[in-house]
Design a protein around this ligand. Structure first.
Ligand code: 8IG
Length: 274
């Protein structure tokens, strides 16, 4: 191995892409989907899985740290198209302390596999009381409160229209009832205090979570067009009188699963046919 380049994150993503191409037999993936909390079964209606690889068998990925996070990388022949989707069920969160390279690796690999679009999904807390647990929401923009960037050195990347207006419009053609909101990424792994939730609200936030923003920045840098989809699994702290629990999050995901699977498949097909 060329040790001078082994450390370069884009080089590691290239190696991952080679392993995926070899093991899946799919040389080119057209779109990638990163599945977050509550979205584990959401790829079920996309099409036929032609390959499934445990994430830890691919360079740069590791076994999932959180119950409810999948840990497999699946190639799917999207029904009704000649296209392939790469479903990444292995997300590294910033709070895992594996560094920003590990956080960005999935989207960099998606780009190296040939994808031009990435769909970033997550489970999150909602700041609008009208969003009941189980409500999917389009991400219109983000506020990154992690204090970190996935980019290294003097890498100045424009983040205007980060969550593509074009892709949001396509998603709303599929489901006109979809609301949209600003996603605020906190570091976690603790949930927010009610005061922090009010801060996020006054800053212009609608959704609070622990992923996505850093990945979106890395995805833009890698040249991907981004669609962000949040599943509101719980009202954020202080928005409802009851405390938050991870079980509540998993349950909201299970209940929403059939709708999410149908929605994600329809949106993916709509994007691929555009
Ligand atoms: I699922 O209420 C889920 N993830 N920060 N706050 C934050 N992350 C979350 C939440 C939440 N719910």
């Amino acid at each position: 191995m060329d040790t001078a380049r082994a450390d370069d994150p884009l080089e590691v993503a290239d190696r991952s892409a080679h392993v995926i191409a070899e093991r899946s037999g799919i040389a080119h993936h057209d779109i990638a989907l990163v599945l977050g909390s509550g979205w584990g079964g959401a790829a079920a209606e996309l099409g036929e899985a032609v390959s499934e690889i445990p994430a830890e068998e691919i360079p740069g990925f590791s076994a999932p740290a959180v119950a409810g996070h999948g840990g497999r990388i699946t190639s799917i022949a999207v029904t009704g198209t000649e296209r392939h989707a790469l479903v990444l069920g292995a997300r590294t969160h910033f709070y895992e302390d594996r560094g920003v390279r590990a956080v960005a690796h999935a989207v960099r690999t998606a780009a190296a596999c040939g994808a031009s679009t990435v769909v970033l999904t997550n489970g999150c807390g909602g700041l609008r009381p009208e969003w009941a647990p189980g409500t999917p929401v389009l991400i219109s923009d983000h506020i990154n409160l992690t204090g970190a960037s996935p980019l290294e050195g003097a890498t100045f990347v424009d983040l205007t229209d980060l969550y593509s207006t074009r892709l949001r419009a396509l998603a709303r053609e599929v489901d006109p009832s979809l609301d949209e909101g600003v996603y605020v990424q906190f570091r976690g792994p603790h949930y927010e205090t009610p005061a922090e939730v009010q801060m996020a609200r006054r800053m212009g936030g609608d959704l609070v979570g622990m992923s996505t923003a850093l990945e979106a920045i890395a995805a833009r840098h890698a040249g991907l067009e981004i669609l962000g989809l949040s599943l509101v699994t719980n009202p954020a702290a202080g928005i409802s009188p009851t405390p938050l629990s991870h079980e509540e999050v998993l349950e909201a995901g299970r209940d929403a699963a059939p709708r999410l699977a149908t929605l994600l498949a329809a949106i993916t097909r709509r994007i691929l046919e555009d």
